[in-house]
Design a protein around this ligand. Structure first.
Ligand code: NAP
Length: 326
């Protein structure tokens, strides 16, 4: 099953995530990429900050040597926050391409709309003295270079991630090349109905990260208020009735709702089950209505480390009340 982007290009409606957090090695992720391609995945969600693109590149080479054509793959990568500078965007994309052993990406995302760097694995309370709020002029300088990547043929599409409606409105006003996809956190307890509807109404496909609710995310990304999608009674009940894991119910819901989930699993039985979620009997209308009603507005990836002032709340990153704070 394919999503059709505004350019007419087809994007596979499920992908494999490749962020190993702090617990899964680059080798294990690369092995999952190879195994997932064997069972039928064609979409892989990569990023330079995941620190594993060179290993994944070896897996991709093997996948293509095994007969999968480049044009049948959908490979995404992302520009990290410390590379928003005008001179950094194109070299960063080229570095990802070299690691992945590709000559073009299907899509290159700006990973976060903030140019705020923090060292990998740092404490959520740490703040960089150079951190900045969202400054649209600066973001547009980065975006002009993203557009150049399309002109150069290094990326077929460009996209955004971790955006909000106010920021996307500004971007659509000023972009020469519009984002084709917005990657955003989406799972039953965090459905973002407004942003989800907005991007679709504006011809932007939503890709949903943490589709299972990221049950194994690192401790630094957990707060006591967080809820657990795969333990929700509605999800568990549907899973029991269908004889599938609650994670697969989350995947089926995502696909049927219209987003493209990118679950990570390094276990073949799990990533196979997720892929089967695409073709097995759909959830009923009643199931879809019941899941729509369990939204808890529970954002898991809050982004605290990208805040630019002390004593700020993470909500400020997400433009509360539709206003971009300075
Ligand atoms: N753009 C961004 O800022 C951003 C942010 C976060 C994530 N992402 C992307 O989104 C991807 C997915 O997010 P995520 O990995 O945090 O969360 P996720 O996909 O919601 O959850 C992954 C976890 O769910 C388990 N799981 C998956 N399928 C399962 C199944 N069928 N049965 C049982 N357990 C299952 C996996 O464990 P097992 O390995 O044991 O199966 C894994 O630990 C990332 O890998 C990354 O590519 C992007």
């Amino acid at each position: 099953m394919m999503r059709r982007l505004y350019t007419g290009a087809p994007m596979p409606a499920i992908g494999l995530g490749t962020f190993g957090s702090d617990s899964v090695s680059a080798e294990e992720i690369a092995a999952a990429v190879k195994g997932a391609a064997e069972v039928g995945y064609r979409h892989f969600d990569c990023a330079s900050v995941y620190g594993n693109e060179d290993r994944i590149g070896v897996a991709l080479r093997e996948i293509m040597a095994g007969g999968v054509r480049r044009e049948d793959l959908w490979i995404a990568s992302k520009l990290w926050n410390d590379k928003h500078g005008e001179d950094d965007v194109i070299p960063s994309c080229r570095r990802s391409l070299a690691g992945l052993q590709l000559d073009y990406l299907d899509i290159y995302f700006v990973h976060w709309p903030f140019p705020n760097y923090h060292p990998p694995g740092c404490d959520v309370e740490s703040r960089s003295p150079d951190a900045r709020p969202y400054i649209h002029e600066n973001f547009m300088r980065t975006w002009r270079k993203m557009e150049e990547l399309v002109d150069l043929g290094l990326a077929r599409h460009i996209g955004t991630s971790n955006m909000t409606i106010p920021k996307l409105e500004l971007l659509l006003r000023d972009a020469r090349i519009r984002p084709a996809v917005n990657e955003m956190e989406l799972h039953p307890h965090f459905q973002q109905p407004e942003l989800f509807a907005w991007v679709r109404a504006h011809g932007i496909e939503p890709v949903g990260y943490c589709p299972v609710g990221s049950p194994n995310r690192p401790a630094r990304d957990r707060t006591p208020q967080d809820t657990v999608d795969i333990e929700d009674p509605v999800i568990v009940e549907i899973a029991r009735r269908l004889g599938i894991h609650p994670a697969v119910v989350c995947i089926k819901w995502a696909i049927q709702r219209g987003q493209t989930p990118i679950p990570l699993s390094t276990r073949r039985s799990h990533y196979e089950a997720n892929l089967r979620g695409l073709s097995s009997d759909p959830l009923t209308g009643e199931d879809m209505r019941r899941i729509a009603a369990i939204d808890r507005n529970c954002r898991l990836i809050k982004g605290q480390v990208f805040l630019w002032k002390q004593d700020q709340s993470w909500e400020d990153l997400w433009d509360p009340d539709g206003v971009i704070p300075s």
